[in-house]
Design a protein around this ligand. Structure first.
Ligand SMILES: [Zn+2]
Length: 265
């Protein structure tokens, strides 16, 4: 997220969109989710393909030229109301284990195909749990589960997403080898806001703050095929920690040890 300028302003509006759910947006999201097909606008879930895609085009909704992850209407909205707010939500970060090693072993093309395939599979799971995928960062995936999108059970859905991703048999394209990922899940207050990416053309949404760093640390500390869930996310989701594999971990850059729940495939 270093290549982006975070923006401030319109705090009440963004608090409503991500914290509580904006009535107009929520109505659109509910309607569009029941229409086929993926891919969809990341904000309002308007379908871009299939019958649903055809139908929304009739009302003038289509992928934005500048910003293909969003529809033209949501893109105009992001442009018109740059800013952000601090909202309590669940954040999930996933990344590929041994990516440096792997990119040295297979061709750049196969590596790119592998990353794209992983993104496609995980994006579907994240979307099915009402998560919001932020701009893809290299070979990792950053997703947020804001209550305004996901509902009050955002931590449960974030953890369910991690469990479902771990169950997938992700493969290195062109081989039979398994692609290993590590996942971090945490619930906390983050600053979520519009960002302008390099060149000023692409408008997107990013998250910032200490709690985002914590998820990144959890994700980095997870073993291959493992998710580390912070105790905050676990208690928000009312996980029965007595029956879970808990541990206390020293994480790089954090002063005190963190209590985590380990989810293994
Ligand atoms: Zn949209």
């Amino acid at each position: 997220m270093n290549d982006a300028d975070k923006q401030t302003g319109h705090e009440e509006l963004w608090k409503q969109v991500f914290g509580e759910g904006h009535p107009v947006l929520v109505k659109k999201q509910r309607r569009f989710l029941s229409w086929p097909n993926d891919p969809r606008c990341k904000l309002c879930y308007a379908p871009f393909a299939g019958f649903g895609g055809f139908f929304v085009r009739l009302s003038g909704t289509m992928p934005s030229d500048r910003n293909p992850h969003y529809c033209n209407k949501c893109d105009s909205f992001l442009q018109a109301f740059p800013g952000g707010a601090e909202v309590l939500m669940t954040v999930l970060i996933l990344d590929i284990r041994g990516s440096v090693d792997l990119s040295g072993k297979i061709s750049p093309k196969l590596y790119a195909d592998t990353v794209n395939q992983m993104r496609e599979i995980t994006s579907e799971i994240i979307a099915a749990n009402n998560g919001f995928i932020l701009e893809f960062q290299g070979d990792s995936v950053v997703a947020v589960f804001p209550p305004g999108f996901t509902g009050q059970d955002h931590a449960e859905k974030g953890i369910a997403t991690a469990r479902e991703i771990l169950k997938q048999s992700l493969k290195i394209v062109g081989t039979d080898q398994t692609l290993s990922v590590g996942i971090g899940v945490h619930t906390g207050s983050v600053y979520i806001c519009t960002v302008t990416a390099a060149g000023g053309n692409m408008q997107g949404v990013g998250v910032f703050g200490q709690n985002v760093n914590l998820v990144a640390r959890l994700s980095a500390a997870a073993d291959a095929g493992q998710a580390l869930v912070s105790i905050e996310a676990a208690s928000e989701a009312k996980l029965d920690c007595d029956n879970e594999n808990t541990a206390e971990l020293e994480l790089k850059g954090l002063e005190s040890p963190q209590q985590v729940v380990r989810l293994d495939f």
